[in-house]
Design a protein around this ligand. Structure first.
Ligand SMILES: NC(=O)C1=CN([C@@H]2O[C@H](COP(=O)(O)OP(=O)(O)OC[C@H]3O[C@@H](n4cnc5c(N)ncnc54)[C@H](O)[C@@H]3O)[C@@H](O)[C@H]2O)C=CC1
Ligand SMILES: O=C([O-])CC(=O)C(=O)O
Length: 308
């Protein structure tokens, strides 16, 4: 039987990009669920018609009826209002929490065995909301942010040093907000830490641009980014479906790791068939730990507002 991935909010920018990436690479059959019923049908048809060109036999369907999504292996939740220029992700808290309540109930009814990847913002708070609302074990509710933030940092490092992005790894931890924590000591070019390759001033500029990466695009486009976020979400789906044991920063429910208790935060994890198979503990300097604690506190402030 084919694997099945549902994208809730899949008629929107990020969701359609996730769906297309999965279909392109024939990772699983794809279901697009969206309150915009006919748009979901149309986007599904358009993606399906790209498949012959790509040589993919993926089946793609769409609509507003969750029955289409029954028995999904992975559900990606991109349903949520995006921010506009001048807004912070945190401004979306209440409106998107309401959407998480509706969506999580429907997802759990039709796909109780799925692994859930949450994308809606503010990311860590929405992931925690879905975790609480679903009652799933922590391994099966994962927030997408660190893959994207690290990809942005890799982009900037590669451009600065004029090297292939393939040679660059980067690590961005913490909440997916203004307090995110890029870690230059763990960011490398062909294994060499960037702290040995760039001046502190250049590194600081790269970290700042990374932390403002979402706002930079929102200001240019008028709504938030979708290609890199969509691709990053599809990468997580792939890691799970192929049981890759891929280590990437993701937002997960911490229970003492990094000294953080009972809340979501971005840390390195191992992604495989069971979802989050391990939280990877790396040592942090006092400054890095202070920055991570500050980021954890910012997430906690948001989750306490919505009581999750
Ligand atoms: N975690 C991350 O790194 C990123 C998160 N985001 C977030 O992802 C979310 C989606 O962004 P876009 O795709 O640009 O927005 P969009 O407006 O293009 O798409 C959102 C879709 O969700 C649908 N939707 C709304 N309520 C729904 C419900 N109750 N049930 C089913 N579908 C529903 C809408 O009809 C729409 O098609 C936003 O909250 C945005 O902030 C975006 C980029 C990166
Ligand atoms: O900036 C936003 O609101 C969307 C997002 O999370 C990102 O692109 O990092």
């Amino acid at each position: 039987m084919n694997r099945k991935v549902t994208v809730v909010g899949g008629a929107g920018n990020v969701g359609a990009t996730v769906a297309r990436s999965i279909a392109n690479r024939e990772l699983a059959d794809v279901v697009i669920i969206d309150i915009a019923d006919t748009k979901a049908q149309g986007i599904a048809l358009d993606i399906l018609q790209a498949c012959p060109v790509e040589g993919s036999d993926t089946r793609v369907v769409g609509g507003s009826d969750y029955a289409l999504s029954a028995g999904s292996d992975v559900v990606v939740i991109t349903s949520g209002v995006p921010r506009k220029p001048g807004m912070s992700r945190d401004d979306l808290l209440s409106v998107n929490y309401k959407i998480m309540q509706d969506v999580t109930a429907n997802v759990m009814k039709h796909s109780p065995d799925a692994i859930l990847i949450v994308v809606a913002n503010p990311l860590d708070a929405m992931a925690q909301a879905v975790y609480r609302l679903s009652g799933l074990p922590r391994e099966r509710v994962i927030g997408m942010a660190g893959v994207l933030d690290s990809a942005r940092m890799r982009t900037f490092i590669a451009a600065e040093l004029n090297v292939s992005v393939e040679n660059v790894t980067a690590f961005v931890l913490g909440g997916h907000g203004d307090t995110m924590v890029p870690l230059p000591r763990y960011s490398t070019v062909a294994g060499i830490p960037i702290t040995e390759l760039l001046t502190p001033e250049r590194i600081a500029a790269i970290c700042e641009r990374t932390a403002n990466g979402g706002a930079e695009i929102t200001k240019l486009v008028g709504t938030s980014a979708w290609y890199a976020p969509g691709q990053s979400s599809a990468r997580m789906v792939e890691a799970i479906l192929k049981d890759k044991k891929l280590i990437e920063p993701c937002s997960v429910y911490l229970q003492g790791e990094y000294g953080v208790n009972d809340q979501f935060l971005g840390v390195p994890v191992k992604l495989g068939a069971k979802g989050v198979e391990q939280v990877i503990q790396i040592t942090l300097t006092a400054d890095e730990k202070t920055a991570l604690d500050k980021s954890a506190a910012a997430v906690k402030e948001l989750t306490s507002v919505i009581g999750v």
